[in-house]
Design a binder for this molecule. Sequence first.
Ligand code: 26Q
Length: 788
Amino acid sequence: MGNIMEKLELTAQSMYCKKVEELTPSELHLSLGKAVMGEIAPNWEASKAKHNNNRRAYYFSAEFLMGRMMYNNLYCLGILDDVKKLLKKKGVDINVFEDIDDAALGNGGLGRLAACYLDSAATQEVPLDGYGIRYKYGLFKQLIKDGYQVEVSDNWQRFEDPWCLRREDEAVLVSFKDQTVRAIPYDMAVIGCKTSNINTLRLWQAEAVNDFDFTAFNDTEYDKAVKEKNDAENITKVLYPNDNKYEGKVLRLKQQYFFCSASLQDIMRRYKAKHGNDFSYFAKENAIQLNDTHPVSCVPELVRLLMLENMNFDEAFEIARKTCAYTNHTVLGEALEKWPADLMTQVVPEIYHIICLIANKCQEELTAKGISEDMKAKMRIVDGNVVHMARLATYASTYVNGVAQLHTEILKDDVLKEWYQVYPERFQNKTNGITQRRWLGLCNPELAAMITDKVGSDEWLTDLSLISKLNESVNDTRTINKFNTIKKKKKVQLAEYIKKMDGYDVNPDTIFDIQVKRLHEYKRQLLNAFSIMTIYYRLKENKLKNWTPTTFIFGAKAAPGYARAKAIIKYINEIANLVNNDPDTKDLLQVYFISNYNVSYAEKIVVAADISEQTSTAGLEASGTGNMKFMLNGAVTLGTYDGANIEIAECAGEENEYIFGARVEDIEKLKAEGYDPKKLYDANPEIKRVVDTLIDGTFDDDGAQGEGSFKELHDSLLKDSSWQKADNYFLIYDLPLYVDAKIKANADYADRKAFGKKCLMNIANAGKFSSDRAIVEYAKEIWHVSHK
Ligand code: 26Q
């Protein structure tokens, strides 16, 4: 500890010629970061050496949504409180680091899961290192202007980055059809909690091969040199802002191949230093986890690299298949990657060629197994001009897993049905998890202290199953009161934060009903909006008695090209404008759309919720992980039978959640019968009234007089289009059931003791949802590597 402060003083002096108390926030951030890095260097070196001597695993992911590193690293090192005190002595408030942007190198669930898994692997001493992309610009920052989303670029590196070491000496070359670039690794230390183990996240940055001395060239050469530099740097310039949507862009394909090739060359180099050219141990020593299909070019690239070592195709493929495993994160058709063959030929012809060899081998193998032509056709990896990445990943993997029980079942009997029939032994479930260090210990120290007190130690920080001891106290009035007091405190803190960030005056004496996640039709933020309008009209007409005042909080980024999602943001803001200013309802109902929802905002929000909104159409949310963060912090779930909600309700008891709406079987039945939302709408005046607020002038549709983006939303609910059925996500069917559930939750809240017990039941039974549990399952059942 003393060491860190001494190192900090020395760094401040040598870098800035300043005393610690004179540093600006960003200087302090850099100096303290560097001091921490110096402190952990010996443990990091030792962990690397240890990993190198044993079977190990790699997590390949196009996204790592790490969030702010400073507090987390100090926390995991066990020195956060001490550093806070020592800085305070110098008159520095540790909160200054809130001004430093976090690296948002991910979109949402998939990227955050990767970050939680790295954290858990480090803590559980699983030899797992991450490989990904060091985007110059992460996910855009969101402003709300006049109710609309406005995107601003995220230049996170302007604060510099003390957590990454540039490893110039380990750069490699990556070649495309008409371009070769340098891949420079940046290593981030992933610090375990209560262990000396430190893992590595290696992120690759693209740079030009030739660092020209520009001035030495004439004009044409100069332009050429600049072009080469720009073309190279463009590859890792920006994160694609799509969540759960495939987009077939050349640059995206380049990003994927770029980081896979660089990472594999890195792994091969390390392997060759140990074993020379004998690759017979490769699959015994290395496991690679593919985080969705984004890194699936890893398979043909590994085959290519092994063939360069004089192996034949069949041997090389056998090694690749034994090395890789694949996690699927979505069942949405529009999210499954299907790359046009001609585009692949344009960018990475050799890879496309190897994919064709794999596709042929697969068809031959299926023939040998006696699979029918009909089924074989459904399993083509290359089908005409289309390369099916999920099929390639499934064929070329030891294991395939879904991310919640229901999701895995849907993979087995729907999305990957044929593959399950032929290769049933490959399929596994690995229900997602979250790290309790960031998502309870760090973001809710008040609740963490109460839990430590009840459990008898803070061992739950590294073994969340111990939290079940809290079950003994769920009926205890004093414990419930204590919990309710803490929750209130977190609501006050959130209200202050919202005031600071968005300028809204939120009343912490109301129920906090919160929906924060990426904006997507299937997640049904619009359903929530409709339920609020339904309640608004009932309140105005005195049809709803005993309503406890509620604040509805939304936070969501829409992909910049997703017009409907952007229209939904505007619609929610229009509702906010109406109900927050209506004297009849403003003390009963408040609606706020907070801007720029991200990991740091999430840390303030999930701790303050009474009700967690998880309203996806049944069968469509693979798992969800936000739901787990709310549960762990003692919110009840108002949600559908979908993804991990089902397991959450199973663990906490269904009577402690508010589960509503059509289940997967119901949806299937509705589809088979020919679901007609127009009928329900015509038959139910309350539904009609609310849905029609999209077109009847209740709200301003951007001056388009009922012909703008709200009209398009209205049409999407009631009219079939060439590409989608009316009400594709079953909002109209679920709305009445949802409103009932919401009103029930509101009524139950009034009994502060009974409701507090429900919250405690959620906390006490959240043990399963630790990413420590998940990562140890991966270590044992998929990677076969060691763990604590
Ligand atoms: C693909 C191709 C081209 C451009 C973008 C993409 C792309 C990018 C991100 C496709 C999908 C994603 C993100 C998917 C995602 O976040 N899925 C979520 O994964 C979570 C972790 O398993 C689950 O909890 C969520 O249910 C799931 O939606």
